[in-house]
Ligand binder design. Structure first.
Ligand code: SF4
Length: 361
């Protein structure tokens, strides 16, 4: 249960996760039950939670524990990280300390913020040297007798008190130890230099010499972050193929994505990536050509009806779907040699393993 919640909570808010977590634990209350689940079932339950490979790897890891590790979950952070797919350093530390009482620290976004402020660490907080130092600090600080409680408390402090924009320093239980707060109240200390004032040349924890303390920011001078990388811009043409089902209700064609890569194994309307700067006429031709392969018969580019554009931001991709529709007369024989495909009603579509982006489409 701790493992599942930790994986679900990566990149996703608690309020969103609760419902998914409850449904997941009800459906697969044990490792053995999860090991027997199919990727399709996992994707269906995960649909809407984003970062789909997390669910996939949870299931793969459960399978590994059952089939290769005799049903015994590894009990240390080192083994969890080494043996289980999808378990990184943070998840390994969280599960080992919370579930198995190992005295090992954790470093997540909240902990980074708290520790950088406590110690006035002003170098880029995403740099490997700073991250390594923070792990050392977390491992040193962790309470040996209650490591799970301590780690959760430290993260909770970051989530509720030492928040990014307006931290509640007056209410903070560790304010006496906090160098960022001292610096805000008293300016530069003389007797004991802060890390950033110690003058050690090339110190990897100091802010760059050009970035001075901004007194209007107070403690929120820390942590410092490198400028965000611009997301990749991508365009995809997609077509909602519609036919009349046997009871007269409209049905739509969905096809399955490859089992690896972005949105692995999820279902979508037939889609094809577009080169940048392609003219509308050319876009239609590319899509018509793609549909030809699915349907085994030529599709007239002019028959595609342009519906509109849908923008969806994945973690690192700014994706625009150019949406067309094509109502069909009669039946279509799908080529079974291509990826799996099926016709679904609107209701079935909503319950299927489709991404949020496709639901927008
Ligand atoms: Fe964060 Fe303020 Fe507490 Fe320091 S005193 S740890 S800046 S909330």
């Amino acid at each position: 249960a701790v493992w599942v919640s930790e994986i679900m909570l990566q990149q996703t808010q608690v309020a969103t996760v609760i419902d998914y977590y409850n449904r997941w634990m009800q459906k697969w209350p044990t490792l053995q039950a999860l090991a027997q689940a199919s990727l399709e079932e996992v994707n269906e339950l995960w649909a809407g939670l984003g970062y789909y490979s997390r669910g996939k790897r949870l299931q793969e890891a459960a399978k590994k524990v059952v089939s290769e590790l005799g049903g015994q979950m590894p009990r240390t952070a080192e083994d969890l990280q080494k043996l289980l797919p999808g378990v990184g350093r943070y998840t390994a530390g969280a599960v080992a300390s919370i579930s198995f009482g190992q005295a090992t620290g954790v470093v997540d976004g909240n902990v980074i913020r708290v520790l950088c402020r406590l110690r006035c660490i002003g170098a880029d907080s995403s740099s490997p040297a700073v991250i390594e130092q923070l792990w050392d600090m977390a491992n040193t600080l962790v309470d040996r007798s209650h490591p799970g409680d301590f780690n959760q408390a430290l993260m909770e402090l970051g989530a509720t008190v030492c928040v990014p924009k307006a931290p509640l320093c007056g209410d903070c239980p560790v304010k006496q130890h906090c160098r960022a707060r001292r610096r805000k109240l008293f300016g530069k200390p003389n007797a004991v230099p802060d890390v950033e004032d110690c003058g050690v040349e090339g110190c990897h924890l100091c802010p760059p010499a050009t970035e001075l303390w901004d007194s209007s920011l107070g403690v929120t001078n820390f942590p410092r972050k490198a400028a965000k990388k611009q997301p990749k811009v991508a365009r995809t043409a997609t077509c909602v193929l519609e036919r009349r089902g046997c009871h007269g209700a409209p049905e739509y064609l969905i096809v399955q994505r490859p089992s690896s890569g972005l949105l692995a194994g999820l279902w979508e309307f037939p889609s094809v990536p577009l080169d940048q700067g392609l003219q509308e006429k050319k876009q239609r031709e590319v899509l018509a050509h793609h549909l030809h392969a699915w349907m085994g018969r030529p599709v007239m580019a002019g028959a595609l009806q342009f519906i509109g554009e849908v923008v969806h931001i994945f973690s690192h991709i700014h994706q625009t779907y150019v949406v067309y529709s094509l109502p069909l007369d009669g039946d279509v024989t799908l080529d079974p040699a291509l990826s799996p495909s099926r016709w679904v009603t609107e209701e079935e579509f909503c319950a299927a393993a489709v991404s949020t982006a496709m639901k927008k489409v």
